[in-house]
Write a protein that binds this ligand. Structure first.
Ligand code: PSU
Length: 305
């Protein structure tokens, strides 16, 4: 019989046994979202932020054919410096496990791993969504469909501003995914606090978000929740400043024929270069802020269970 190839760190196992709050973290942001060494430094800082807020971090990755929930220092270092690591989503995670290979988990794959590890809350930077020009390319991130079927509350700074945000919200609505802006009415746009689009839902406390998560389970509704937490004011790059860089990077991607899984990492790297590192600073600040909110939601869920 094939058994579940899941290895939890000692810390994660202890938290599961005692019912302590747990927060899942992803690894594609490390391998494809940020350059080395800031990627590894950020991964450690995010884990520290989760701990400081009283929860236990579980960074997910597939290492040597097993899902790992909670990575040790050496593994995190290796992953952060490795070249050509696979970017795993729902479609390829089982194939990666079957071949005994290593891969980084996207939002979709991290949600799958979190559910398997018994973790209900997950913090990331920004989810994937509907890409510009999707009416021709059909490029829609598997993250959206995962939110529709896997019961994990995902805290992100909205969807990345490289995407078609109105279409991203439409797809989430079609699939019954609650999109909850935290503490404001506007749907945040990753580097910027506002997108000019009203979020379908708004909540102002971690307790309310945890209560909605529990009620979805009670109602038997499949799928998770997207909590859209605006980037902290002091770290934001206003929309008018970032959008010209986004447009320029999109034009370069189109000219170079960048497609499929390579699009998001290419755009993030070019925007990093064009803003002379400012976009990365903002990205780090928003992930840390999301980690804090996710830990607060996990603490509320732990109280009630
Ligand atoms: N958040 C970030 N940086 C990232 C990501 C999230 O701050 O790089 C990753 C996540 O793993 C997400 C992926 O699933 O970007 C989206 O990729 P795509 O657009 O190819 O679905």
């Amino acid at each position: 019989m094939t058994t579940l190839p899941l290895t939890c760190s000692a810390e994660v196992l202890r938290a599961r046994e005692t019912g302590a709050p747990l927060v899942a973290l992803e690894s594609t942001i490390i391998t494809h979202g940020m350059p080395w060494p800031q990627n590894v430094e950020t991964a450690r800082a995010v884990e520290a932020e989760v701990r400081a807020a009283g929860a236990v971090p579980a960074t997910m990755a597939v290492i040597g054919g097993r899902i790992h929930a909670g990575l040790d220092d050496a593994t995190l270092d290796q992953l952060g410096q490795a070249q050509n690591v696979a970017k795993l989503s729902r479609a390829d995670i089982a194939a990666c496990l079957a071949s005994g290979a290593t891969g980084a988990t996207t939002v979709a794959a991290t949600m799958i791993c979190a559910r398997l590890a018994g973790i209900s809350v997950f913090a990331t930077g920004g989810i994937g969504g509907v890409h510009r020009g999707a009416e021709d390319s059909f490029d829609i991130s598997a993250d959206l469909l995962e939110l529709a079927q896997t019961p994990v509350t995902v805290v992100a700074a909205g969807a990345k501003a490289i995407l078609d945000l109105p279409k991203t919200l439409e797809v989430l609505e079609t699939h019954g995914v609650p999109v909850i802006a935290f503490g404001q009415d506007d749907f945040p746009a990753f580097w910027s606090r506002v997108s000019g689009l009203k979020a379908p839902l708004r909540m102002d406390s971690a307790a309310e978000i945890a209560a909605a998560h529990r009620l979805r389970c009670v109602l038997g509704l499949p799928g998770g929740q997207l909590v859209a937490n605006p980037i902290p004011v002091e770290a934001e790059i206003p929309r008018a400043e970032i959008m010209p860089h986004v447009e320029a990077a999109l034009a370069e991607a189109a000219a170079q024929g960048i497609a499929a899984k390579a699009v998001t990492p290419f755009l993030l790297q070019r925007i990093f270069e064009r803003t002379e590192g400012r976009s990365l600073k903002a990205n780090i600040a928003l992930v840390l802020s999301n980690a804090r909110l996710a830990a607060a939601i996990a603490a509320e869920l732990a109280k009630a269970s």
